[in-house]
Design a protein around this ligand. Sequence first.
Ligand SMILES: Nc1ncnc2c1ncn2[C@@H]1O[C@H](COP(=O)(O)OP(=O)(O)OP(=O)(O)O)[C@@H](O)[C@H]1O
Ligand SMILES: [Mg+2]
Length: 363
Amino acid sequence: MTDFDVILEGVNKTFPGNVRAVIDFNCEIRHGEFVAMLGPSGCGKTTTLRMIGGLEEVTSGKIWLAGKDVTDLPPSQRNTSMMFQSFALFPHRTVLQNVEFSLKMQGVPREARARRTRDMVEMVGLGPLADRRPHDLSGGQQQRVALARALISEPTVLLLDEPLGALDYNLRQSMIIELKKIQRDTGITFIMVTHSQEEAMSMADKVIVMSDALIQQTGTSREIYESPRTSFVASFIGNNNLIRGTVRSRSGSIVLVEAHGRMFYVRVPDYIAAVHVDREAHFSVRADLMHTGEHPDMANRVEGTYATTEFRGSLETDVFEIAPEVYVSVEQHRGVNDRMYDPGERETICWPADAGVLLEQNP
Ligand SMILES: Nc1ncnc2c1ncn2[C@@H]1O[C@H](COP(=O)(O)OP(=O)(O)OP(=O)(O)O)[C@@H](O)[C@H]1O
Ligand SMILES: [Mg+2]
């Protein structure tokens, strides 16, 4: 059990008025892991983080930190540190004094305190700004002060609630790289809450996707991107096409699904134990695995009517209607010689048999 810095076992939180904020949350987080909790607003991310930090009591379930049951312990006895979205810095203290604060509270002797504070301020890249006050710093610099202040007490776990939420786009991009580097350098376990897929996917070793108070899926970024398990994850992550149909037959790890008057080959991932023939099923196909035009080597083929194109940097997504009100997105790099479509034009769309992934029914 001591392999894990954090274990949550069957954790539930119900607020007065029967608001079920977190339902049966289970996870195991290894020492030094960077975990992201990802999900839409109101799904229970902050509540879960606050329960780990002891700022919120669990309604039922257990929480272990570094092998110790802390379920009933106050925050001061948990050795966690929390970094809030609003950095909550002391405005009248310098960078050094802000960072030093918790060591002072702990009664660390002056010399050791000064050395550790200086090292930490250097590590987050604020050495030259150590004597400034928060209002003389940019948003990104203030964010680093908050990070240094949270890390200085060497917590077992650092809890970060939307740490990049207040930063503009460019700053957020550079802080994504920075934060990941600091996490590696310190080796401290990070649990970060975000509703940004990009932040979660680019920083975390492990992503916990939540919706409606429930964990939908836990896995690496790649697992979640390539094999979404539920329709929620498939629609929330990446540029996935969700298709609903009926399973007609199974042969090994491939099923035939009938949808919109056609048959599609769909891969059954290992974690789906049972497939019921003649029952409704959903599958997802990543937009970048669909191709326009005839591709005889690909098992799946459907005709669609061109609707529109969405531009996203070097990638373009062409949208086709394959049945009344059913659209698929085909994402590709468009070269100068590639075909452009007029609205209403017909086109063939193909994808390989294993590009479609069968989804679990939502719990
Ligand atoms: N103190 C409280 N009393 C009652 N209900 C609460 C309380 N705190 C949170 N909730 C409810 O619990 C649910 C989960 O809230 P939580 O703050 O954990 O969501 P979140 O995933 O962090 O959302 P966001 O992305 O908007 O920050 C919401 O329905 C919220 O209204
Ligand atoms: Mg929140």
